[in-house]
Design a protein around this ligand. Structure first.
Ligand SMILES: [Zn+2]
Length: 215
């Protein structure tokens, strides 16, 4: 598995510090469990925090940070491995280890080719997490967001106007991003998503069907 898309570094640093919401933490944890590079980043942030607490000469300049990142990339890679699942539900047993501890709602129809399954987290009134399953070739029309969205691909792939996102990749979108997502033709795509706000669909058709799209 080749992972090409990683979380923004500030988000990863907040993850390392345990400062994210439960939904965001879950999505980043699933990515990190599969990503040797981000595992090294998280480990290094922990080491750096210890140094910074005790050493007044800890690096602060952007150049020093770039040097740390270069050092992370030079370190030996150890491929991550997940625990063996003990869940009896065969569908859940295939999910990455951080999801094995979660409770799920029922699958729900969203639109033709799209279904969703909520993850039952501690309600914070703001951010939610869910699985989204798309059939091959399904298109989610041009849209933007009223909040932000973290997506980790669990199976299959999709494309937007910028790139292709494959298993393990992490995609970050906010109000600034407007895109159209298309599930690749070679198989279904399963994603884990943490989201605030809603989708805002573009065009006449988008406005008409917006009330029917409930993610
Ligand atoms: Zn990564």
């Amino acid at each position: 598995m080749t992972i090409s898309h990683h979380p923004p570094e500030d988000l990863l640093a907040h993850y390392a510090a345990g400062a994210l919401s439960e939904a965001e933490h879950l999505v980043i944890a699933v990515h990190v469990a599969r990503c040797a590079r981000c595992q090294r980043f998280v480990r290094t942030m922990g080491e750096l925090a210890c140094i910074a607490l005790t050493d007044a000469t800890a690096p602060e300049s952007p150049g020093a940070f770039a040097a740390i990142m270069a050092d992370i990339d030079r370190r030996p890679r150890t491929e991550p491995h997940g625990k063996q699942s003990t869940r009896s539900d065969p569908e859940l047993a295939e999910l990455p280890e951080p999801l094995q501890r979660c409770e799920f709602g029922e699958w729900r129809w969203v639109a033709p080719g799209l279904t969703t399954r909520s993850i039952l987290l501690t309600p914070d009134g703001k951010r939610r997490a869910f699985l989204l399953h798309g059939e091959p070739g399904t298109r989610l029309i041009q849209h933007t967001h009223t909040g932000d969205e973290l997506t980790c691909v669990l199976k299959g792939s999709y494309t937007d106007h910028t790139d292709r996102f494959e298993t393990g990749d992490l995609d970050f979108s906010d109000e600034e991003v407007e895109h159209e997502l298309v599930v690749s033709d070679d198989g279904p795509c399963l994603c884990l998503i943490a989201m605030t706000g809603d989708l805002r669909l573009r065009g006449m058709l988008g406005r008409l069907i917006s009330p029917f799209i409930r993610l």
